[in-house]
Design a protein around this ligand. Structure first.
Ligand code: ZN
Length: 379
């Protein structure tokens, strides 16, 4: 697990579990998106499945990278018969027509029955339990359930018994950035490992390896925007989110200074829509609804992080003997953050994105002009 960046605590917990030779069979890896949870889950699985793990000078267990199991995991296109990755996209491979055709917004219980625990699915078919089968390579089995919070309560409940009494040498790793969406009964059966935000130096190293041609200010913006997430860094590069910042933030500054920015809402809405369309075109089975939400959340994150960076600047320059001025300067940005939270909640009810953004900025502009920071409403 040497290749895992910036997660010394999480890897130390896993290493000590491996060293004890009585590795717990059910894990939850939780923490922000894009900080290496899934990568670590795969590396941990590789260790658990390796036929002749090595111990290095520091006492850490590392996979041999020479056995049949390691070779299969090292080849990106090869399928390892004992490493089962369950994620919402697996629905495309389901034998159940209704599962194949549904939108990829959750992990249905049918998928868990078909690919993990077995049992009868909604089409009346009976499936053998993949979890109970003997491992093909005779060294154990690992099930990684990615975005485990997408399992509805019925799916989580269906998993409980298997998590409690798993077949020998069978391991489960639930990966999630929404720990609170997992039932207490699931959490109590799993060992939780928390993944923190990556330190800025990891993002800096990433930037040094990718030529994005950023100015110094843009580099600062990038590091702040990514907030310790390499996943977000990769998204930012792929979807040119620096250009979002260049186009949108001047308008945001205008409003904060009491000026008008009439096209800002529309501009944001169009950018969200364009990214969502691009996402659907390049991800088989992706739904536009889910892509809209993901894309809008990126925009909200951009606006929220910008407001927070402005507040940080104000706090650093604050005069301790003038709390009134400090509060006046912070007010608009606090109001923006509050409005973003409310607008984000409104998104779940399938509203028009441009309307949401327009309403958000109109409300914010009004609040600044009148200095009345009422909460944003949806009527
Ligand atoms: Zn090996």
């Amino acid at each position: 697990m040497q290749g895992i960046l910036g997660q010394p605590k999480a890897t130390a917990i896993l290493q000590s579990a491996l060293a004890s030779d009585r590795t717990h069979h059910a894990w939850i890896f939780h923490g922000s998106e894009g900080v290496g949870k899934f990568t670590t889950a795969t590396a941990f699985a590789k260790m658990l499945l390796c036929h002749s793990p090595q111990v290095d000078l520091a006492g850490n267990r590392e996979p041999c990278n020479g056995c049949e199991s390691c070779n299969l995991i090292n080849q990106p296109d090869a399928a390892h018969p004992d490493l089962h990755v369950v994620q919402k996209e697996l629905a495309a491979q389901s034998s159940i027509a209704t599962v194949r055709s549904r939108k990829l917004l959750s992990i249905p219980v049918d998928l868990i029955r078909e690919f993990v625990i077995g049992g009868e699915t909604s089409d009346g078919k009976f499936h053998d339990s993949a979890a109970s089968k003997s491992p093909s390579l005779r060294h154990g089995k690992v099930f990684i359930i990615d975005e485990a919070h997408l399992l509805a309560a019925v799916g989580q409940n269906a998993l409980l018994k298997t998590l409690e009494e798993p077949p020998p040498n069978t391991y489960f790793i639930l990966v999630t950035h929404q720990l609170d969406q997992l039932l207490i009964t699931i959490r109590s059966r799993c060992q939780a490992v928390s993944f923190g935000s990556l330190p800025d130096e990891v993002i800096n190293r990433w930037l040094a390896e990718h030529e994005l041609n950023l100015t110094e200010r843009e580099t600062q913006w990038f590091i702040h925007f990514c907030n310790g997430s390499l996943g977000l860094a990769a998204m930012t590069e792929k979807y040119e989110l620096v250009q979002w910042a260049r186009d949108i933030l001047p308008g945001v500054m205008d409003i904060s200074r009491g000026k008008a920015a009439p096209m800002l809402g529309q501009d944001c809405g169009e950018k969200i829509d364009a990214l969502a369309k691009d996402w659907v075109d390049t991800h088989a089975g992706a739904s536009k609804e889910a892509a809209n939400k993901m894309s809008a959340n990126l925009m909200f994150h951009l606006l929220g992080q910008y407001a927070r960076s402005r507040m940080q600047n104000i706090a650093e320059a604050a005069q301790p003997d003038d709390p009134v001025t400090n509060e006046q300067q912070l007010g608009p940005w606090l109001s923006l953050i509050d409005s973003l939270t409310i607008a984000q909640q409104a998104l779940s009810s399938n509203v028009n994105l441009t309307l949401v953004m327009d309403h958000l900025f109109a409300h914010w502009q009004q609040a600044i002009r009148t200095q009345t920071f009422e909460p944003l409403r949806w009527q």
